[in-house]
Design a protein around this ligand. Structure first.
Ligand code: NAD
Length: 497
């Protein structure tokens, strides 16, 4: 059995392990590898390697740091197909979708290449007579990055390039479900000239996460995952004195107004609802149809679902792959039973969709429910699978009230041809990322990504300018070079004259 182990101090970990997890090929249902789970020894080794590397890396010139980042960018671009294939093999998303993930990851790398500009401080000359004030941004030290299964390449790269660019060293704890992408990234960074120990990959489960949250040498944690774990990570990390940003789950609503182009809206609902089998934190899971568009919209969505090709992501033409594990598939499928029991109308039953793949794969086809109500589990829970709910409301105001009452606040979209309505929506809606006729409004790499409410715990969003802010602390220097004209004791509070 292939073994996936940690990457510590610039090389694969060769120590023994007594705990490991199974990594599946979701399209065949077969175990493809075993991944080591870190215990106290490996956690200490990774943090200690990062701490040692930090001494050199924090003082590396901006030219030296950016040279590594540019080198990594070139290597990633040259070898992206290998990373795409790793993502498809362990996550299951189709090749084209995995290529999109890597492309978006590249944006975050390219942003970090501009770090010399991003770290510029301010300088005020002569704030008092011959006194100057200037600000610096300095690294935090060792930082931990904990990532989810659904973007095994992109989410680590939301954080690692910015953290390194700012002069920090990193311990990355990727999802145990698809761990290989993280090792690939670490190997490319090493090839690009990153010093040993500056980026370490620690595989594992709660033990590894808790080890990072409690370790006194880890200064900050960037986490992405489900809301209950995000809340736990935020509370535990901050209790241990760390700076924490913890991005959580989502329930993203797409509001369709009566004046919208219904073909465009139906295309968007199907693309954003079933892309990556609904395993995206920015997936649309609820379509809010404002009267009277419900019947027509549901009919157009149903027609499109019938044409979707579901199967092994490596096979040509497949548009939607399997779910990540059998357990997750079973959990998602349980919502199909719950939905019918709760009185929603099952319009398309994904359990009956034709599959182009091995029968043991973790399949569930695209599923559509109509007449879903806010009290139902279908509406309430983040299902994180190919199950799309349609809720019907009478007015625009009802739609906004529903979106704002939802505890999650990651993404939302409005479909309309009325600029005034769209402008009102972007102003009124209590959600971190908003699309106007754009169903998956993931900000480009030079903005920042983050939800509101239960979708993010902490103050700063991920990547972009917020990422630089998160991975640095500011120092302000007040400086006076003495000359003979200054002198004398003065016990008063310093005044600027
Ligand atoms: P998850 O919360 O199960 O796991 C995320 C990370 O936490 C993994 O590295 C995992 O090993 C670790 N973990 C799991 N259980 C833990 C525990 N009890 N204690 C400590 N650590 C634990 O999430 P997932 O299933 O891997 O990913 C899907 C979730 O991530 C969805 O809820 C999705 O919405 C969310 N997500 C959010 C964003 C965002 O930007 N807001 C982006 C991607 C995914």
């Amino acid at each position: 059995m292939r073994r996936i182990s940690h990457w510590i101090d610039g090389k694969p970990w060769s120590g023994d392990t007594d705990r490991f997890g199974e990594v599946f090929d979701p399209a065949t249902g077969q175990v493809a590898a075993h991944v080591d789970f870190a215990g106290a020894t490996e956690i200490e080794a990774a943090v200690s390697a990062a701490r040692t590397a930090s001494v050199e890396w924090r003082d590396a010139s901006l030219a030296a740091r950016t040279s590594v980042l540019f080198g990594f960018r070139e290597l990633l671009n040259a070898r992206k197909r290998e990373l795409v294939d790793l993502v498809t093999a362990e996550h299951g998303k189709v090749t084209d979708d995995a290529a999109g993930e890597v492309q978006r990851a590249m944006e975050a790398v390219e942003f970090a290449c501009g770090v010399p500009t991003l770290l510029k401080g301010g300088y005020s000359e002569n704030v008092s007579t011959r006194v100057d004030v200037y600000s610096l941004r300095q690294p935090l030290g060792v930082v931990g990055v904990i990532s989810p299964f659904n973007f095994p390449a992109m989410v680590p790269l939301w954080f690692v390039p910015n953290a390194l660019a700012c002069g920090n060293t990193v311990v990355l704890k990727p999802s145990e479900k698809d761990p290989s992408a993280a090792n690939f990234i670490a190997e490319l960074f090493a090839e690009a000239g990153l010093p040993d120990g500056a980026l370490n990959v620690l595989h594992g489960d709660k033990v590894a996460v808790d080890g990072l949250l409690e370790h006194r040498d880890v200064r900050a944690i960037s986490f992405v995952g489900s809301t209950p774990i995000a809340r736990y990570v935020y509370e535990t990390g901050t209790r241990h004195g760390k700076r924490v940003q913890a991005l959580g789950g989502a329930k993203n609503h797409m509001v369709v107004l009566p004046d919208s182009d219904l073909d465009l809206a139906a295309d968007a609902a199907v693309s954003a609802g079933f892309g990556s089998a609904g395993e995206r934190c920015m997936a649309v899971s609820v379509v809010v149809a404002v009267d009277p568009v419900g019947d027509e919209l549901v009919s157009r969505i149903r027609d499109r679902i019938a044409k979707l090709k579901v199967g092994d992501g490596r096979r040509p033409g497949c548009e939607m792959g399997p779910l990540v594990t059998a357990a997750h598939r079973d959990k998602v499928t349980s919502y199909v039973d719950k939905g019918t029991g709760e009185g929603a109308e099952l319009v398309v039953d994904g359990r009956e969709h034709e599959i182009d793949g091995e029968p043991e794969g973790f399949w569930l086809g695209p599923t559509l429910f109509d007449h879903v109500e806010p009290g139902m589990a279908l509406y309430r829970d983040e299902i994180f699978g190919p199950v799309l709910s349609v809720v019907r409301v009478a007015t625009y105001e009802d739609a906004v009230e529903m979106v704002n009452a939802n505890p999650y606040g990651n993404g939302t979209a409005i479909f309309t041809n009325d600029g005034g309505a769209a402008r009102r929506f972007q102003h009124e809606v209590e959600i971190g990322m908003v699309g106007v006729n754009v169903p998956i409004p993931v900000p480009v790499g030079y903005y920042s990504f983050g939800g509101w409410k239960d979708s993010l715990f902490g103050d700063t969003h991920a990547y972009g300018p917020d990422g630089i802010h998160f991975f640095t602390r500011t120092k302000v220097v007040t400086s006076r070079w003495l000359d003979p004209s200054h002198g004398g004791v003065n016990l008063g509070f310093p005044r600027n004259v």
